[in-house]
Write a new protein. Structure first.
Length: 259
């Protein structure tokens, strides 16, 4: 455990010793804030129009702040995370391979598992800070409206699990190459494919559609955004994280074996 904390501390400091973390956090807040403003302004406009138009007032979903603002906000955050996480993870092993420090790291009295978990948890820490800053947006909604608290709590839990999955695959992609740009491209490309999978479910048979929906990485976030915490979704994200961390571990062990 001590070695994991040492690696975590080293990697976490490296993010904030350079502009990387600050730029990612700033861009995340700027983009999310801009899109949140659009959502909230549109909802406010509809609320005002409903006072004069009974047809709008009868459409409950449009005037439900949780459905019209909070749930779309989680979709926006997850989309931005899809772009940000490959940039956060691309350097973790690719940079060490290019500089040659990966061989030095593997000779330290730490196991591959400790190195991997330390790096994974450091990225997860940056993600938690990122999501923590975004809490300001649901708070603004609470000041001016009455959103349901349950979907906000479970929605953030879902975002952490989704982000952890992005990170675990990003680390795996970084372990495949010594080029950071290649690592980020692989990570974004594959994650984007997982992201878009459920859109093709409508064009196939029911059995295949169910399978596609299950492996789609965003399909499982929808339940969290609705305030539902399903064991199936928890297991999916847990297994996805374990799979990619296991594959990364195999890559590290093959590097040690090849010398």
């Amino acid at each position: 455990m001590r070695n994991i904390l040492l690696v975590l501390k080293k990697e976490f400091k490296s993010y904030f010793a350079s502009p990387v973390a600050y730029v990612l956090l700033a861009m995340f807040m700027i983009i999310t804030g801009y899109l949140f403003y659009g959502l909230f302004a549109y909802f406010s406009s509809l609320s005002y129009q409903s006072q004069m138009d009974p047809a709008i007032a009868r459409q409950e979903n449009l005037l439900n702040v949780t459905e019209s603002v909070i749930r779309p906000l989680f979709g926006i955050i997850s989309m931005i995370m899809l772009i940000m996480m490959p940039l956060l993870t691309m350097r973790l092993f690719a940079e060490e391979k290019k500089s040659g420090t990966i061989e030095l790291l593997l000779t330290y009295p730490v196991t591959d598992v400790e190195v991997l978990l330390g790096k994974f948890l450091s990225c997860l820490g940056v993600l938690v800070i990122m999501l923590g800053l975004s809490v300001i947006f649901p708070v603004i909604v609470m000041v001016f409206g009455e959103p349901e608290l349950g979907p906000i709590i479970t929605g953030y839990m879902g975002l952490v699990l989704l982000g952890a999955s992005f990170i675990s695959f990003g680390i795996f992609a970084s372990s495949l190459t010594e080029n950071q740009i290649v690592a980020a491209t692989i990570s974004f490309g594959v994650l984007f494919l997982f992201w878009m999978l459920n859109m093709s479910a409508a064009f196939v048979g029911p059995s295949l559609a169910n399978f596609i929906n299950y492996i789609s990485i965003t399909h499982h976030l929808e339940a969290f955004a609705k305030g539902v915490m399903d064991t199936e979704d928890l297991i999916y994200y847990l297994m996805l994280n374990l799979l990619f961390l296991f594959l990364t571990l195999r890559m590290l062990e093959s590097k040690r074996w090849r010398g």
